[in-house]
Design a protein around this ligand. Structure first.
Ligand code: ADP
Ligand code: MG
Length: 297
């Protein structure tokens, strides 16, 4: 049954009733209020301009209605996007368009562009980015994360250290369940910089709990400077590492980046650093990284 809260002879299903001009006038006066009640804030705020433009373009009623709706939809989408980006906590703005593939020949641009469609997020698959410092892992994480947000998925960016710190603290405070639920919630969880510091076995176990909580529910995008066969050392426990990798890699795309630090390219060109022996592709993961000025790491 339709709700019959209207006080006036407003348009009905059968067509416009022969409303008195005074009644129409009352409706017009209530227009702001009605737009607010319907949460059509963009139409309310831009009404004069939108109507003027519609008149200038000589739109008919249906076209004008579509024109107004499009303004509302665009504004709502913009708000959703900016809120989702705030919640995601990306450390900086990076995009796929801003990634120079020529600078990193070990990356297949087709594969990254395919990941950019976010089908893997829709499927709940994981992505593992491996490579030495400065090769663009965080750049790609942020860029792929923004693509996911633009497509309407929820995302959250964190570093492995921040994540594990939060889980350890939550366990001490008896709020682990709540924290795990919080990290399980976004459709895409991005975990940056696993492996820069080895973890206590207890921390590894907490990390396992999170990964198994998200398993086949939501996607994880994780980056590490250590190859997966060194993750025993990262987690300080072979069994825990195997259990984490088992779930993480089950439905996953692994991107291994071999090459020179993008940060150091210019410096290397200017002769500050010597080129790595054997050319750029020989620097495997976990290989000896060139000296990196502390402020740039
Ligand atoms: P990593 O996370 O692998 O240590 P980053 O993603 O932090 O590396 O890259 C270091 C800096 O270099 C960032 O500012 C990043 O945007 C930039 N960068 C790295 N690789 C590329 C690339 N191929 N094209 C454009 N910028 C890049
Ligand atoms: Mg990084």
């Amino acid at each position: 049954m339709p709700r019959t809260t209207q006080k006036t002879s407003a348009p009905t299903r059968g067509g416009m009733t022969a409303a008195e001009p005074a009644e129409i006038q009352r409706l017009v006066e209530d227009l702001d209020g009605m737009l607010s009640r319907l949460r059509l804030g963009a139409i309310r705020e831009q009404l004069d301009g939108l109507l003027e433009e519609a008149a200038r373009r000589q739109l008919n009623l249906r076209e004008a209605l579509a024109w107004l709706c499009a303004a509302e939809v665009a504004s709502k989408e913009q708000r959703r996007l900016s809120m989702a980006l705030t919640i995601a906590h990306f450390p900086f703005v990076r995009t796929l368009e801003g990634f120079e593939f020529e600078a990193q020949p070990s990356i297949d641009p087709g594969k990254i562009r395919d990941l950019g469609t976010c089908r893997w997020v829709a499927n709940g698959d994981n992505v593992v980015l491996l490579g030495p410092p400065g090769v663009g892992k965080t750049h790609l994480e942020v860029a792929l994360g923004r693509e996911a947000v633009a497509r309407g998925y929820t995302a959250q960016f964190t570093t492995a250290m921040e994540l594990i710190g939060a889980l350890v603290k939550a366990q001490q405070q008896g709020t682990l369940e709540m924290r795990l639920a919080q990290y399980a919630k976004p459709k895409l969880l991005i975990i940056d910089e696993l492996g820069y510091l080895p973890l206590e076995p207890e921390a590894g176990h907490l990390f396992f709990q999170l990964i198994s909580r998200r398993y086949e529910q939501g996607s994880v995008l994780i980056s590490s400077n250590r190859p997966v066969d060194e993750w025993d050392e990262v987690f300080g426990d072979q069994v825990v590492a195997a259990a984490i990798l088992d779930r993480l890699l089950h439905h996953s795309h692994v991107v291994t980046i071999r090459g020179d630090s993008y940060r150091l390219r210019e410096k290397r060109r200017s002769g500050l650093f010597r080129p790595q022996a054997g050319g750029s592709s020989s620097a495997g993961i976990g290989g000896v990284a060139p000296p990196i000025p502390a402020e740039e790491v």
